[in-house]
Write a protein that binds this ligand. Structure first.
Ligand code: GDP
Length: 287
């Protein structure tokens, strides 16, 4: 599944970030804990200029806790990178971001000093929600279609930290087809751009291998089939997705599977592992 992103918007965002990056002390990169690889923006690594990065594994309430820990350990192998997981109950925990900023940029701590932190994230990872919790008030619009021409925002936090919200819209891993499926499955890509049956079969294939017990339990199946499409048909039959008299409505079942995955109803699921990331990076580089 190819993802469309507009080159004009990508260039604009890149230029704006390039311009303010030199002033920044630390980068706060918001990721979706279910897809920590595909929800990265490739620019963060290239424009980082060796600055410390705090990776937020957001929506961790929907992700597999064991995998979230695996990703955290994996990310922290890199120098200057720290990772924290957040779920729906962020309010009590966000002070950890301030603490980490101060730890990572100790020379900017103290009276008359200010840490400049840039917050970055592709649409729908929960960046606006996090900004509002950090600010303790509504400063960013949440849950809406992302605005493309958004002005640079500065938000003063306690503890001498100035948060810079990145202008423009960051794109996800557009060059990797597998990422396209996983971004579609988790809802990072809008519904009009996804092909439900294709995304459902990709999702079923992954879940059959990574979370078979959750599939069995949710769709009340004693045994699982080998192939993704057989699973969609089997679950569709079980769910009564029938059309034209006795045909299984695979489109309807595909929608059910994706919506239940997005809502966390199947269980806490992570769609990517660090191994997949490394293998796919090699594959994409070779294209
Ligand atoms: P943005 O496009 O990155 O600014 O994303 P938003 O802040 O608008 O959030 C996108 C959607 O994700 C909204 O429906 C939020 O309520 C939801 N959301 C944000 N953070 C979390 C989280 O930690 N857990 C869950 N389950 N949903 C979240």
């Amino acid at each position: 599944m190819a993802i469309q992103w507009f080159p004009g918007h990508m260039n604009k965002a890149r230029n704006e970030i390039k311009e303010i990056m030199p002033q920044m002390d630390v980068i706060i990169e918001v990721l979706d804990a279910r897809i920590p690889y595909s929800s990265e923006n490739p620019m963060v690594a290239t424009l980082r200029e060796g600055k410390p990065v705090i990776k937020i594994l957001n929506k961790a309430d929907l992700a597999d806790p064991k995998m979230t820990q695996t990703w955290k350990d994996y990310f922290e192998q890199e120098n200057g990178v720290k990772a924290i997981a957040f779920g729906n109950d962020k309010a009590a925990e966000v002070h950890r971001i301030n603490e980490l900023c101060k730890k990572l940029v100790p020379h900017k701590v103290g009276a008359d000093k200010q840490i400049k932190a840039m917050i970055m994230g592709i649409p729908n990872v929960g960046k606006s929600t996090l900004i509002n919790v950090l600010a303790g008030r509504i400063v960013a619009k949440t849950g809406n279609e992302p605005a493309v021409t958004k002005a640079q925002q500065r938000i003063k936090l306690d503890d001498g930290i100035m948060l810079y919200d990145t202008p423009g819209m960051l794109w996800p891993k557009v060059e990797n087809e597998n990422s396209g499926y996983r971004l579609g499955a988790t809802g990072a890509i809008r519904d009009t751009a996804i092909e439900y049956e294709e995304v459902a079969s990709y999702t079923a294939e992954y879940l059959l291998h990574a979370y078979p017990e959750l599939l069995k339990a949710r769709y009340k199946l004693d045994e699982l089939p080998e192939s993704d499409w057989e699973f969609v048909e089997m679950a569709g039959k079980k769910r009564g997705c029938i059309r034209g008299g006795n045909q299984i409505d695979t489109y309807k079942m595909s929608e059910i599977l994706i919506n239940e995955l997005r809502d966390g109803i199947i269980g806490r699921i992570t769609m990517e592992t660090p191994t997949m990331r490394e293998e796919e990076e090699i594959m994409v580089a070779g294209l």
